[in-house]
Design a protein around this ligand. Structure first.
Ligand SMILES: [Zn+2]
Length: 252
């Protein structure tokens, strides 16, 4: 059976002399593995459409739950990523998180595809800081996966917008500063209300408008630490690509 899918290439692996395997985040099937045959018929367009970070239209032969590439047409190639080591490393970390968390060959993952395409777009356009995009991507990905923190109110006094608060990664909720009581391994972050507003915006706004906000450097620093810990705590996963990215930005 021939099927067509739009998707982003997350990984490329050699498949012996006969071709390569690519993992694609699709618009309606989660992640699928596709075998790409080596062939003399393969042209430049075909090669571009099946490389890492390519967002393409794929025409596939589905046989016994396996996919074989028939043809591919690039929709968008994020070429500019290759001009910056830190951007390339950050984008690789994003793909790692998706590969680790998104189910294979079953669920609809349209929102996560929209999230990564938008994030890569802003990363290559250079209109948003890397730290900003990293926080937005980390937190929204976790929300789309169903691991959303509770952002409504302090559970003790029901205050919606305390001026100062403590966000507990362990408990997945915030407390106003007066009500907060520390517990062991709480992974808590003290933040002004601006941090809470940013977290609410990232979780609750449609992806098309999600990137349209600004925060101070001070709040960005708190948010960066919070979102990274939130991912680490909930997934118990700290990929090498993140270690590499952090080593690069430390040098700069
Ligand atoms: Zn309170």
């Amino acid at each position: 059976m021939i099927v067509t899918k739009k998707g982003l290439v997350l990984r490329v692996r050699l498949g012996g002399e006969k071709g390569k395997y690519i993992d694609i985040l699709t618009d309606n099937k989660g992640i699928i593995e596709v075998f790409v045959r080596c062939s003399k018929k393969i042209n430049g367009k075909h090669i571009a459409a099946t490389q890492l970070f390519a967002y393409s239209n794929f025409c596939l032969m589905e046989k016994e739950k396996r996919y074989y590439l028939e043809s591919a047409e690039p929709i968008h190639i994020f070429y500019n990523l290759r001009n910056s080591i830190s951007k390339l490393a950050l984008a690789s970390y994003f793909l790692d998180l998706i590969h680790y968390t998104v189910p294979k060959d079953n669920l609809q993952q349209n929102e996560i595809l929209r999230l990564i395409l938008n994030t890569l777009y802003y990363l290559t356009e250079d209109t948003r800081d890397e730290a900003f995009l990293k926080s937005v991507f980390e937190l929204r990905l976790m929300s789309e996966l169903g691991m959303m923190p509770d952002v409504i109110m302090c559970p003790v006094c029901y205050e919606h917008t305390p001026k100062e608060l403590v966000f507990s990664v362990n408990r997945g909720k915030f407390y106003c500063k007066n009500c907060y009581e520390s517990i062991e391994n709480d992974f808590s972050f003290f933040m002004p209300v601006g941090g809470l507003m940013a977290i609410r915006h990232i979780i609750l706004t449609d992806i098309s408008r999600m990137f349209q906000f600004k925060i101070s450097n001070k709040i960005q620093n708190i948010l960066s630490a919070f979102t990274e810990e939130f991912v680490h705590y909930n997934l118990d996963y700290f990929p090498r690509t993140l270690i590499y990215y952090k080593s690069i930005i430390k040098k700069n």
